[in-house]
Design a protein around this ligand. Structure first.
Ligand SMILES: *Cc1c(COP(=O)(O)O)cnc(C)c1O
Length: 364
């Protein structure tokens, strides 16, 4: 049925009507006083969401653009970096780092398993000459539904003392309690179509003082994604280029909604929906792809052993108007993923589970 499609993929995520309505307006001039006031509000609320006093910079990019800004502003060609790779997005970090001429050492784990913090400790402790300039990891690995142990890995980075910690928090920000200042995370990248409950098009980068210090000596070329002009503009409630005005209207509304709900409640809701999804999937007799103790709060990957995952997805979509995500790369056909990130409630999960049960019956 038209307009009935329920998005249960880990991005883009559903957008609340209040946010859609906020977007349905004529753009206003980006140098106007009215828009400057909006930028001021956004900057305050972004800091609130990131639990940081650091600058949070807003870019007109998807999440990958925010990741790229996180590399090119703080590193130079030839720099050694440790990259965690246990899925599609960790792999993207590694590929991107190599493209920019960084010396990449990967710490890998099988897809569906978390990164081993001990492997990071060993590499960082062995680096007595302090050659490692950054440790780069994906917090919530969306391709597998694994939440990596950022806190423990970060502890080892802090013990090293020199290396920056650069984090893809695209599907953890706004879902998991991520205390950026308390942990001392240096660069944290995220994107608007995930926990922010708005359409794709905005990327965000939170930057620590230590990272700004590294910025001064970083020599990778950059122009549109050079973060210094964004920082300067932020101080004046302005932007260096024309921002996507209507997406900023959306962000204004979504951040207001998030503030009304409160961070604790948002995190508790994501935790509850994750638990609910996992319990119900197990009750249907379907194996979960990621272990319980490292489950992402954004997405649950299911590895049906008796059915083709793509057949399940197809029936869910055609018959029940529910869009689930498939497996990526070698996991295509082997897993499907249920997104429960952003504007999601218990009812959404229960609906999806009921449809999943009916789908399994239908497929035999
Ligand atoms: C969605 C996502 C990204 C960004 O992807 P874009 O398509 O560039 O927005 C990056 N990392 C993770 C973990 C993601 O889930």
């Amino acid at each position: 049925m038209q307009d009935k499609l329920m998005l249960m993929i880990p991005g883009p995520t559903p957008v609340p009507e209040r946010v859609l309505l906020a977007m349905a307006a004529h753009p206003i001039g980006h140098r106007s006083g009215d828009f400057s006031a909006i930028i001021g509000e956004l900057n305050d609320n972004l800091k609130w969401l990131h639990q940081t006093k650091n600058e949070v910079l807003t870019l007109c990019v998807s999440g990958t653009g925010a990741m790229e800004a996180g590399i090119i502003n703080f590193l130079s060609a030839g720099d050694s970096v440790l990259v965690g790779n246990n899925g599609k997005f960790g792999d993207r970090w590694a590929k991107m780092s190599r493209k920019f001429g960084l010396e990449v050492e990967e710490i890998s784990a099988e897809w569906g398993h978390p990164l081993d913090p001990e492997a990071f400790r060993a590499k960082l402790e062995a680096d007595t000459e302090k050659k490692i300039k950054a440790v780069i990891i994906t917090h919530s690995e969306t391709s597998t539904g694994v939440l990596n142990d950022l806190e423990t890995i970060n502890k080892h980075v802090k013990a090293h003392g020199e290396a920056l910690i650069i984090v893809d928090a695209v599907t953890s920000l706004g879902a998991v309690d991520l205390k950026i200042d308390e942990l001392g995370l240096d660069v944290v990248a995220s994107g608007s179509q995930k926990g922010y409950m708005i359409p794709p098009g905005l990327g965000f980068v939170a930057v620590s003082d230590k990272a700004w210090k590294a910025y001064e000596t970083a020599t990778l070329p950059k122009f549109y994604l050079d973060l210094a002009p964004y920082k300067k503009a932020n101080a004046k409630n302005s932007s260096p280029f024309t921002p996507p005005i209507n997406l900023m209207f959306a962000l204004q509304a979504s951040l207001q909604m998030m503030k009304e709900e409160g961070l604790e409640n948002i995190f508790a809701r994501h935790k509850r929906l994750t638990q609910l999804t996992r319990d119900k999937v197990k009750a249907l007799g379907l194996p979960l792809f990621a272990p319980d103790d490292c489950a992402s709060y954004a997405v649950t990957a299911v590895a049906p052993d008796k059915h083709d995952a793509e057949a399940i997805r197809s029936t869910m979509r055609k018959k029940y108007d529910i869009a689930l995500a498939g497996g990526q790369d070698h996991l295509k056909g082997k897993i499907f993923r249920i997104g429960h990130l952003g504007f999601m409630s218990d009812r959404d999960v229960l609906t999806a589970i009921a449809a999943l049960e009916a789908t399994l019956k239908e497929l035999g």
